[in-house]
Each structure stands twice: as C-alpha cells, then as structure tokens.
Design a protein around this ligand. Structure first.
Ligand code: 13P
Length: 250
C-alpha cells in the first residue's frame, strides 16, 4: 500500500515571534515537495500567528487535554487548538509521559478527544534505554501502542504513529536500521490487529535524532512512512533536506 510520507516537526518549547520566519521558510520550501505531507507542531503561543501567516500549511499542537473544558489550569483543549487554526496535534510524547506522568490510558483519551474535535493525531510511543538493553523493546512498545490507540478514527489519514525510542531523542543516537524495521513491522502488525485492513493506511513515523545525514537511510525502510523531527525542525536549512529525502524515497 502506498501511504505517502509525512514529515512533522516538533518544536517543543522553542520559538518566539522572531522564529516565524523559519516557519515561513519551511512552509515555502516544502511546497516544492507536493508528494510529502509536512506539518510543524509549534508551541501554543505561535500557532495562531503561524496559521494566519501561512494559510494552507499544516500547523499543529504538541499536546491536548482529554476534556472539552473545565478547571485545568495551563491546559489546552482540542477545540482551542482548532479555534486557532491547528489541524493536528501530537499526543503521548515521551517528554509528556515523563514530565507529566501521562499514562497510556490518558494518552488514549487525549487521542480520542483530538480526533473527536476534528484534529488529526500523531501518537507517540517508544522504549527507554533500559528496556532496549534488556531486549524487550518490541513487546513493550507494542503493548504501549495497544493501550494508547484510540478507537478507529474512520479515516486512516487522521492518525499517525510515531515510534520514538526515548534514548534516541536529542542524543544523536539512532537504532540500527534492522531495529527500526523490526519495530515498525511489529507496530504495523499491531495496527492490523486493532483496526483490520483499513488500519494499513495509518502511517508509522520514526523519530529520534533524524537529520539530513540519516533521513534517506531511515526512509528507505519499508514500514517507515515519515519522521517526527525535533531539533532539526527548527530551521529550514536543517528541515528541508529531510523533507526532500522523504520526497525522494517515495
Ligand atoms: P530530536 O529530533 O531532537 O531527537 O527529537 C525527536 C523528538 O522527540 C520529536 O518529537
């Protein structure tokens, strides 16, 4: 099945008004690669300004609350993200699972809330260094996905899974191509079990130290349908070669 590639940037807690120039350069540069879906998940403070400046370019959030509204100081609802023009959101990033003690059950509820409000979802899973070293990465991440997956969204394009080994995030370390292939194949199998044939359209991204220098090799893996990129998504100079590598891989 041809799923097409999705390359999403996760700016994490980076970006002030002056950095909107970088968003613009990325949006304009990405337009040359029409076959690749490109999105930037920005800090909430920049979303509306980015959407106004670049209508038609996909801007997302990095987290969402599971409830529609209420007494949740500092949190953002799916309707709020939609209201400022976001079209997608990340849920279950390992930094949120660690810093905010988000469980699989909580991540599943966030994904359901986002999908129910019309946001597309990038759902993150990934193992710790300890789990990888003891040889349990595949069963642990598979179980994490099974417990975090929302009900079938009705359209495979509305959901993407991001496999992000925690030990590969921001470290310059990347699993072997064989390990990436084995994990993505296992997650593809898990999606088939959960959603049946329509689930084959759900994209599985790799994330963790993706750079221009390793993107082509990662995108050549059969079950890798794109990337979730942190540090290398902050500038057009670093990010656009990754988008170009995705375009060349299809
Ligand atoms: P880096 O690309 O900086 O390793 O971050 C990956 C990540 O966590 C994206 O969500």
């Amino acid at each position: 099945m041809t799923r097409g590639k999705l390359v999403a940037g996760n700016w994490k807690m980076h970006g002030l008004a002056g950095d909107l120039d970088a968003v613009q350069a990325i949006a304009e540069g990405s337009a040359a690669h029409r076959g690749v879906d490109v999105a930037l998940c920005l800090p909430a403070t920049l979303i509306e300004r980015a959407v106004r400046a670049l209508p038609g370019f996909a801007i997302g959030g990095q987290d969402v609350h599971a409830e529609a509204k209420g007494a949740h100081t500092g949190d953002i609802s799916a309707a709020m993200l939609r209201d400022c023009g976001a079209t997608l959101t990340i849920v279950g990033h390992s930094e949120r699972r660690a810093d905010h003690h988000e469980s699989d059950v909580a991540v599943r509820a966030k994904a359901a809330a986002a999908l129910g409000s019309g946001l597309d979802v990038v759902l993150c899973v990934g193992e710790s260094r300890e789990v990888r070293e003891r040889g349990d990465a595949v069963p642990v991440v598979r179980a994490q996905l099974a417990a975090s997956l929302p009900d079938w969204p009705g359209d495979a394009r509305r959901l993407a899974i991001a496999y992000e080994p925690i030990w590969a995030i921001g470290t310059g370390l990347v699993p072997s191509i064989e390990d990436v292939a084995a994990m993505h194949a296992a997650l593809r199998d898990e999606l088939a079990g959960a959603y049946g044939e329509p689930g084959q359209g759900v994209r599985i991204l790799y994330g963790g130290s993706v750079k221009a220098s390793n993107a082509a090799e990662i995108f050549a893996v059969g079950d890798v349908d794109g990337a979730l990129v942190g540090g290398a998504s902050l500038t057009a100079a670093d990010f656009l070669p990754i988008v170009a590598a995705a375009a060349a891989a299809d």
